[in-house]
Design a protein around this ligand. Structure first.
Ligand SMILES: [Zn+2]
Length: 271
């Protein structure tokens, strides 16, 4: 059991945030048999405070995501068949993008989690060291969850600055801002309208280029915190992978209840 205390000012957190005015989330999640022990997440979000975290599992591990990186649907570049419908896509055979990983215990780190402060939803999974089955920190290898073709890989990413961060905050819901808050990214097209996105990366594998076909499990990049406000305001506090499964013009699990979303992703990873 561990407690994660997150303080976030400004209300632009995307991971465990509940609102601009501050608030408290207490999420107790019990794992199923075979997974790690149950844990309690406690997120406090007093407005105007600076990010800080305490936890006992992994000293130096990141706190909750401090990003408004809620993605907008992007066109699928190379889909050759009709996109699968949301939610009922029977996707399976994927591996975790971080080897040894598992689904986050907290539903707040899962797809379709509410982001009430901006009336939106989280469209991916957040893999944090404090809420996963494996150590996740700066530089941890990220792999292709399924075979596919790279359709985006940000070799020339420019880190956020106080100025560029302020620019992204002018219109939090614009496509440009949402993309900016995802930081350095890789997108892989798996066909049939399915694309995975790997976000907040610290780096990408230098030899990989757009149109390269990668096998499942290929190392493609490395965990970082790019694109998060924390990368500017509290460097070193936001190392995690934000990972999305895009299906057509939406994401896997859109519109479903937490248990249904969890079931879909268990199926995705063959659990
Ligand atoms: Zn996320």
């Amino acid at each position: 059991m561990f407690a994660l205390i997150v303080a976030c000012g400004g209300g632009d957190d995307g991971g465990l945030a509940v609102g601009d005015g501050g608030g408290v989330i207490v999420a107790t999640v019990t794992r199923t048999a075979g997974e790690t022990p149950a844990a309690t997440l406690v997120a406090t979000l007093p407005a105007g405070t600076t990010p800080e975290a305490t936890e006992t599992l992994e000293p130096g591990a990141p706190t909750a995501e401090a990003s408004t990186s809620e993605p907008t649907p992007a066109p699928v570049a190379t889909a050759t068949t009709a996109p699968a419908s949301n939610g009922d896509a029977a996707l399976s055979g994927f591996v975790y993008p971080i080897p040894g990983g598992c689904l986050p215990q907290s539903d707040l780190l899962m797809p379709n989690a509410p982001r009430e402060y901006r009336q939106g939803t989280h469209e991916g999974l957040d893999f944090y060291g404090v809420d996963n089955c494996t150590a996740i920190g700066l530089g941890r290898s990220v792999v292709a969850a399924q075979a596919g073709k790279i359709i985006r890989i940000d070799h020339g990413y420019v880190e956020l600055t106080p100025q560029s961060l302020a620019g992204l905050r002018v219109d939090l819901t614009s496509a440009e801002s949402l993309d900016g808050f995802r930081g350095r990214q890789i997108w892989i097209d798996h066909g049939n309208g399915v694309v995975t996105r790997y976000c907040h990366l610290n780096g990408v594998v230098g030899e990989l280029q757009v149109n390269d076909v990668v096998a499942q499990g290929t190392t493609i990049g490395y965990v970082g915190e790019s694109g998060t406000p924390g990368s500017v305001e509290a460097p070193g506090t936001e190392y995690h992978l934000h990972w999305e499964v895009r299906v057509g013009d939406s994401f896997l699990g859109a519109g479903l209840a937490p248990a249904q979303v969890r079931a879909l992703y268990h199926t995705l990873f063959g659990q």
